[in-house]
Every structure is written in structure tokens, then in C-alpha cells.
Design a protein around this ligand. Structure first.
Ligand code: BTN
Length: 259
């Protein structure tokens, strides 16, 4: 297997990262592969030997995973990576990690003049088309997780989405230029680390402001509801007249949301 492991300091090509130095919470180490089945699967299998905060990056994946057992098609030309966290993680903090990761992607896209929004819980959309997705996986008991793997896929240079063309997009499709995948990853790491040090209230507030589901109607359990809020624990609040429900969903399909 062809793997290159390097410290981020040794690949600084971009000035904006030079000042980050020791302060890295994630991304201090990057394990780069040409091909993996899945960066999440590799990270889970090898988490004991991968240091906290390291990033597992692959040029392509042969069995890329999406949420709900879906396949994440992973030809080269896009960004596929997993963040391996082993310290200071608990199920209670999951929504914090979801929010930080989503906002770091949004900020990174902004740097390409792309305005994206978050479709609860963690899809990143541009004009209702998916540009990035996040798959979190963990193991351990409720109070002490062994690891938390945050897998991120960003559509970067893909133009042909086949039958997904009405629901998927890429940076290239939005900017009409080919983007440098390493540079996007480094910008993401920088943005993630900057967000990580903020209070959760601020993160939560930003997550809400950038969420596109509030005010939309949704069919849930065969009933029609309006999504009125997302609470600080990551549950969505659904309302139908006087009936209020609080639910944690893993995914809302676009077809379930209405203006
Ligand atoms: C989703 O929106 O369904 C989540 C997609 C997550 C895809 C990324 S690509 C890198 C990492 N490795 C995987 O196998 N999946 C995630």
C-alpha cells in the first residue's frame, strides 16, 4: 500500500497556514493514500496507531461510504478525508463536532465565493444541490468513546454526476475553474481549528443562521410539520398546530422538505 505520512509543517506551501504552527487541534499529521476502500473504514481499523487529530486522506476510495449505508462514489478529483479524534470526545459533544465541521466547510467554500447552507443534520448544499457530506462514526460506551471519526467528502472538480446531476454539484461547477484539492484541505483544517476554540453558543448560533431547514415543512411519521427550530443538543423541533415534537434525525431527504 502506498502511503505518505507527513507533518503539516513540512508541506506548508501556503502562507496562511504558516502562522498556525503548534496550535493545531486537527491536521498536524496527514496520512495520504493514493487509494483506500474508505478513509473512515481505514481510520476505524487503525485508530489505535493513528494519533489524535490526524487526517487520513485518499485520492480516491473504492468503497466510499455515505450515511445510512449509502455508497459515496469516490473517483479521483474530489476531496475525501477523515479526522481521527481520540481525546475530549463524548456523545454529548457530537452536535458540537457536527456544527464545527459543517461551518468549517461553509467557510472554506466562502473562500471560493460559494455561498452554501447546512441541511440538517450535516449536508452542505449550494442552490439545493449537495456539494459536501459528513459521515461520523464512533465506538465505545456512552460516556467514553474510543474514537470519533469525522469523514468528509467534498465535490471539488467533478463535473459529470450522471443520474445525480440534479442533486449534486461541485466547486468547479460553481466557479468554472479547477481547484487545488490540497489547498482546500488546508483551508478546511485552518477554519476547523479556528472554530474549535470558540464557545459552543457562538458555534450553535452560526449553525442556526446557516441552516436551510428552519421554516420548511416536512413529512414525518406520515404527518406534515413545520421545522421551527434546532435545539442546542442537535434535535429538530417539529410543529403542527399545537402539536410539538422533538426528534433527532440522521437524515432528511430533500424530497421531504417543502418551501
Ligand atoms: C453523506 O452525506 O452521506 C456522507 C458522505 C461522507 C463521505 C466521506 S468521503 C471520506 C469519508 N470516507 C468515507 O467512506 N465516507 C466519508
Amino acid at each position: 500500500m502506498n502511503v505518505q505520512s507527513f507533518d503539516i509543517q513540512s508541506i506548508f506551501k501556503y502562507d496562511i497556514f504558516k502562522r498556525a504552527g503548534e496550535g493545531f487541534m486537527i491536521g498536524n499529521k496527514i496520512l495520504r493514500f493514493e487509494e483506500l476502500e474508505s478513509t473512515n473504514s481505514f481510520s476505524k481499523l487503525n485508530y489505535e496507531s493513528i494519533e489524535h487529530g490526524a487526517i487520513v486522506l485518499s485520492n480516491k476510495q473504492t468503497k466510499g461510504k455515505g450515511r445510512n449505508n449509502k455508497i459515496w462514489l469516490s473517483e479521483s478529483g474530489n476531496l475525501y478525508f477523515s479526522i481521527v479524534l481520540k481525546k475530549d470526545i463524548s456523545l454529548k459533544k457530537l452536535f458540537r463536532f457536527v456544527s464545527i465541521t459543517s461551518l468549517a466547510i461553509l467557510k472554506t467554500l466562502e473562500e471560493y465565493q460559494i455561498v452554501a447552507s447546512i441541511k440538517y443534520p450535516n449536508d452542505i448544499l449550494v442552490n439545493n444541490k449537495k456539494i459536501a457530506g459528513i459521515l461520523m462514526e464512533s465506538a465505545g460506551d456512552i460516556t467514553a468513546l474510543n474514537y470519533l471519526i469525522i469523514g468528509v467528502g467534498v465535490n471539488v472538480n467533478q463535473l459529470d454526476f450522471g443520474e445525480l446531476k440534479y442533486i449534486a454539484t461541485s466547486i468547479r461547477e460553481n466557479t468554472s475553474t479547477i481547484a487545488d484539492i490540497d489547498r482546500i484541505l488546508l483551508k478546511f483544517i485552518h477554519n476547523y481549528n479556528e472554530l474549535s476554540v470558540r464557545d459552543f453558543e457562538e458555534i450553535y448560533d452560526k449553525y442556526l443562521k446557516n441552516s436551510m431547514v428552519i421554516g420548511k415543512s416536512i413529512t414525518y411519521d406520515n404527518e406534515q410539520y413545520i421545522i421551527t427550530d434546532i435545539d442546542i443538543n442537535g434535535a429538530i423541533i417539529l410543529q403542527n398546530g399545537t402539536i410539538k415534537r422533538k426528534v433527532v434525525l440522521n437524515e432528511i431527504s430533500l424530497g421531504e422538505l417543502y418551501e
